[in-house]
Design a protein. Structure first.
Ligand SMILES: [Fe+2]
Length: 266
């Protein structure tokens, strides 16, 4: 591997957070996982451009050189494509509400990496939206943060694809690298709107009392000041800090579609 400082790369910081590194002619494997990790923790979302995508086997080998790779019943690499007759909203044309990856897994990935095999056509939607929960916490008052710190949420979903079950999770967590407080939250998926709904209950609150509490939380998470919407281009490699951020997807528009590959690092 080459030291990061030997690689010619242009760094641009989109608003309100993230980092786009353009490094034509660089092989992903020339970038040490420690460098990728450092840039991603610092910027929360790292977009690499001009770097050829790896094939499936090489992507797995590279991710394994970084850390333990989370595997599922489909293996290590998930192909995220729009399906004609999906059983789960991830594979539909709808939006995807905010969540963190691995809520229903045996362990939570620290990072995940996407390779964009085929981007939607321009204006075709499907942007991945990231919410910086550390910024949400900074903007919330002390009383609210104290209330969140005492909140546990139960999530329940049927296993129709690779994940499912019931979990209870504290609303706040601590980032393993930075020590910052983060928000762990999966927005509920209304069965009237989404395939494979997720039911969310706040421990100790009736559904009637939970509704305004969760609506306020969602409004804060969707504040444009804390969100970065990534418009995909063919060949993008995107690395995500799954502890600091929540993420979701805008709906696709028209007939546009997309093919991403995702791998998760514990
Ligand atoms: Fe996800």
């Amino acid at each position: 591997m080459t030291a990061a400082n030997e690689i010619v790369a242009e760094h641009v910081e989109p608003r309100p957070f993230g980092r786009v590194v353009t490094a034509p002619g660089t092989d992903l494997r020339d970038l040490a996982p420690a460098t990728i990790e450092e840039w991603t923790v610092a910027s929360k979302v790292l977009v690499l451009r001009g770097i050829p995508l790896l094939d499936r086997a090489d992507l797995i080998t590279y991710a394994q050189s970084w850390g333990e790779v989370l595997t599922w019943d489909f293996g290590a690499v998930l192909d995220l494509v729009v399906e004609e007759d999906p059983t789960n909203y991830l594979f539909s044309r709808s939006d995807v509400p905010f969540h963190w990856d691995g809520a229903f897994a045996r362990a939570t990935p620290r990072f995940f990496l996407f390779q964009c095999v085929r981007a939607p056509e321009p204006g075709g939607g499907g942007e991945t939206v990231f919410s910086d929960t550390t910024a949400v916490l900074h903007a919330a008052g002390e009383d609210l943060v104290r209330r969140w710190a005492n909140t546990e949420v139960t999530y329940r979903t049927e296993k129709l694809r690779h994940y499912g079950g019931e979990i209870v999770a504290p609303l706040l967590a601590r980032h393993s690298a930075t020590g910052e407080t983060t928000i762990r939250y999966n927005e509920p998926l209304d069965p009237a709107r989404y395939l494979n709904p997720v039911w969310t209950t706040v421990d100790g609150l009736s559904d009637e009392d939970a509704a305004p509490f969760l609506a306020d939380l969602s409004a804060r998470l969707h504040d444009p000041d804390v969100c970065y919407a990534h418009e995909w281009r063919d060949g993008d490699i995107v690395v995500v800090d799954n502890q600091a951020l929540l993420h979701g997807r805008n709906a696709f528009r028209g007939n546009s579609s997309r093919h991403l590959q995702r791998i998760q690092i514990l």
